[in-house]
Design a protein around this ligand. Structure first.
Ligand SMILES: [Ca+2]
Ligand SMILES: [Ca+2]
Ligand SMILES: [Ca+2]
Length: 208
């Protein structure tokens, strides 16, 4: 029984997980914001992003990478993001207002924390008191409940849009720690099999 479960892990589960995670995380190198030690990447999916147009799909994609849709809680974090390599356009970030005018971060350590109250004439809220809406946003035009982080030659700012939007170019992923050295280690930690992987590596080293 134990043996067949181990076989299942190595022959079926692990290759499947690796197939899903590695090609996505290999797209660029996440960069560190020294102030909080978090890592970030602006993931560009192309001029039309096909299957990742929705905020929900982008949220799932970031979680599959071991991160989350970015939460931008200070001018310094916003400014750092503006300095990352990027193509012009709109990218999903981790906020939404499921109750109209009550904007919450839905991801990362800030999940459940409000950052804005009201519409375009509203105000920031504690604990961070930070938002960076474009002038006139969030306008909830036609019922817009999802946060986009936009950057172009005209400047950077936030806008509320619908769940799916053909103008989206990708998403911003934030990590609480560097995801790069061994992305598989994080997955193995979740399954309690990191010890097995470590032992395998040690065996390999001895042979070398
Ligand atoms: Ca953040
Ligand atoms: Ca709204
Ligand atoms: Ca809007």
């Amino acid at each position: 029984m134990r043996n067949s479960m181990t076989k299942f892990f190595y022959l079926v589960l692990l290759p499947a997980v690796l197939t899903i995670t590695i090609p996505q995380s290999a797209s660029a190198t996440p960069m560190e914001f020294l102030t909080n030690g978090h890592f970030y990447e602006i993931v560009y999916l192309g001029p039309t992003d096909g299957p990742l147009q929705s905020w929900d799909a982008a949220k799932i994609a970031t979680e599959a990478l071991g991160g989350y849709l970015a939460t931008v809680t200070s001018a310094a974090e916003q400014s750092f993001l503006e300095g990352l390599p990027h193509f012009s356009g709109a990218y999903w970030a981790g906020g939404r207002d499921m109750t109209e005018g009550v904007w919450l971060w839905e991801t990362g350590p800030e999940a459940g924390t409000q950052f804005w109250s009201g519409g375009s004439g509203g105000s920031t809220t504690l604990p961070d008191n930070y938002a960076n809406w474009f002038t006139g946003e969030p306008n909830n035009s036609g019922n817009e409940d999802y946060l986009t982080w936009n950057i172009s030659s005209g400047g950077a700012g936030w806008n509320d849009v619908g769940l799916s939007n053909s103008a989206m170019r990708g998403y911003i992923v934030e990590f609480n720690q560097n995801p790069i050295p061994e992305p598989t280690t994080m997955l193995l930690l979740g399954t309690g099999l990191v010890g097995v992987a470590g032992a395998a590596r040690r065996r390999k080293k001895k042979q070398a």
